[in-house]
Write a new protein. Structure first.
Length: 448
């Protein structure tokens, strides 16, 4: 409608212009015909242009629709591809998580194993010969990245090497710290991972200390073990040698250093009561020795007197026999009384001191019991002050109690045995006197 209106306006304007220029009706009619012809040609051109544009639009529409179909098909293909890739990604993610879980578990085991192996290697005496072998394991135990195959093989190699070294006896030179603190280069013989000796002395390897040297024990084992160590170090390769091995890897040897000798235990744990018990024991031993000397000396003189009919007043038997020789005409009753008196007089010196020894072996365990009570009092005082959280706080009192008890028994038992022996010897001598006196009376009765 808008186009038609435009045409009418154009025609009206044309008529006005033609009318304005025409002089006659014929001229006007000719002008109108020319204008109509020109307008038709314009309309045909416009219609042809319109048709051409419409065809172009249709072609563009067809192309757009074809493009739309291609894009829709491509969209469907991409969606299908996306779904397929998403499913594949989910499957791969699951596989990755499973494998990462296994690798993570393996990594955790490797780190833990590296730390454990490092501790074993550092504590091993082989580290004295092969220092710095635990650095790699320390780094691997602290690393956050996954180890490669070569590093895993290195860990395995370190383990196998340690196992192999534990069964070898090897000589090598290294720094040794002596008991006086001096450090020197020395030849060391290592017996597996158990012991190390140098110049007949046993060495200790303690990785917890700041030093990385083999340390000579401040207190060595018995002399026979040191002789074995010297023989081992001087032995030729392949020569069998007897050797004592500490299978606890040094714990027994360290206990030897820490353990107290009997003298140290008495001095530190026995206390005053312990010294008193030892004094009682020494005094009782001297009494027993003195009494044994007296009895055996007297017994020897009496034995010689038995072989001689003449009375010798330097021994008890001779003095008893002298009662009869000095009174040959005395009656039997009076002789018996005099002999009994002489036997009693000679028995007293023979039994002198035995009662005191008996008192000593009775007093010794009582003193030990006293030390026990003193030690338990000290123990309970420690419990009152510090509680029972640390047993070492109570060890001193308990040790005092036990040491004094042992000392009391150690003194009492030998004194008891010695007293019984000396008392038997004394009774035997007195019995000899009584037998000889009875024989004298019997011979006199036969004569009468």
């Amino acid at each position: 409608m808008k186009t038609i209106n435009t045409v009418f306006v154009a025609v009206a304007l044309l008529v006005c212009s033609v009318t304005a220029g025409a002089q006659t009706l014929d001229e006007l009619a000719e002008i109108v015909r020319q204008a109509a012809s020109s307008e038709g040609q314009i309309n045909e051109e416009r219609e042809a242009q319109f048709l051409q544009e419409r065809n172009n639009q249709r072609n563009l529409l067809a192309q757009a629709r074809a493009e739309k179909q291609r894009e829709e098909k491509r969209s469907d293909d991409l969606k299908n591809e996306y779904d397929r890739l998403e499913r594949e990604l989910a499957e791969l993610t699951t596989i990755l998580q499973e494998r990462m879980g296994n690798l993570g578990e393996l990594f955790g085991i490797v780190r833990q194993s590296s730390g454990d192996i490092q501790a074993i290697l550092n504590d091993s005496m082989v580290s004295a010969q092969r220092p710095d072998r635990g650095i790699f394991l320390s780094e691997l135990a602290q690393r956050k990245a996954l180890p490669n195959v070569q590093e895993l093989r290195t860990v395995w190699a370190r383990m196998v090497t340690e196992i192999a070294e534990s069964g070898k006896v090897i000589k090598f030179n290294t720094t040794v710290e002596r008991a006086n603190g001096a450090k020197e280069e020395a030849e060391v013989v290592r017996i597996g991972v158990f012991n190390a000796v140098s110049d007949g002395s046993f060495l200790d390897w303690d990785a917890t200390k700041s030093t990385e040297n083999l340390i000579e024990l401040a207190r060595q084992p018995a002399a026979r073990f040191q002789s074995m160590a010297k023989a081992l170090q001087g032995a030729a390769p392949g020569e069998p040698v007897a050797m004592a091995v500490d299978f606890t890897r040094g714990q027994i040897l360290r206990a030897v250093v820490q353990s107290k000798t009997p003298v140290e235990r008495i001095k530190e744990d026995g206390g005053p009561v312990g010294y008193v018990i030892i004094g009682v024991g020494l005094f009782g031993l001297l009494m027993c020795l003195w009494k044994a000397f007296v009895l055996y000396t007297t017994g020897g003189r009496m034995s010689r007197q038995l072989k001689n009919e003449t009375a010798n007043k330097t021994n008890p038997l001779g003095r008893v026999m002298a009662v009869y020789t000095d009174n040959p005409d005395i009656d039997i009753e009076t002789l018996e009384l005099k002999l009994d008196e002489a036997i009693l007089r000679e028995s007293a010196p023979l039994e002198t001191g035995l009662s005191f020894i008996k008192v000593l072996y009775v007093v010794a365990p009582l003193l030990g019991l006293l030390g026990t009570v003193v030690g338990m009092i000290a123990t309970f005082q420690m419990i009152t002050l510090f509680g029972t959280g640390d047993p070492r706080m109570m060890a001193g009192g308990i040790s005092t109690a036990l040491v004094t008890t042992v000392l009391g028994l150690v003194v009492a038992i030998p004194l008891t045995l010695l007293h019984a022996f000396l008392q038997g010897k004394s009774k035997a001598l007195i019995q000899v006197l009584e037998e000889q006196a009875a024989g004298i009376v019997a011979r006199l009765a036969e004569r009468g």
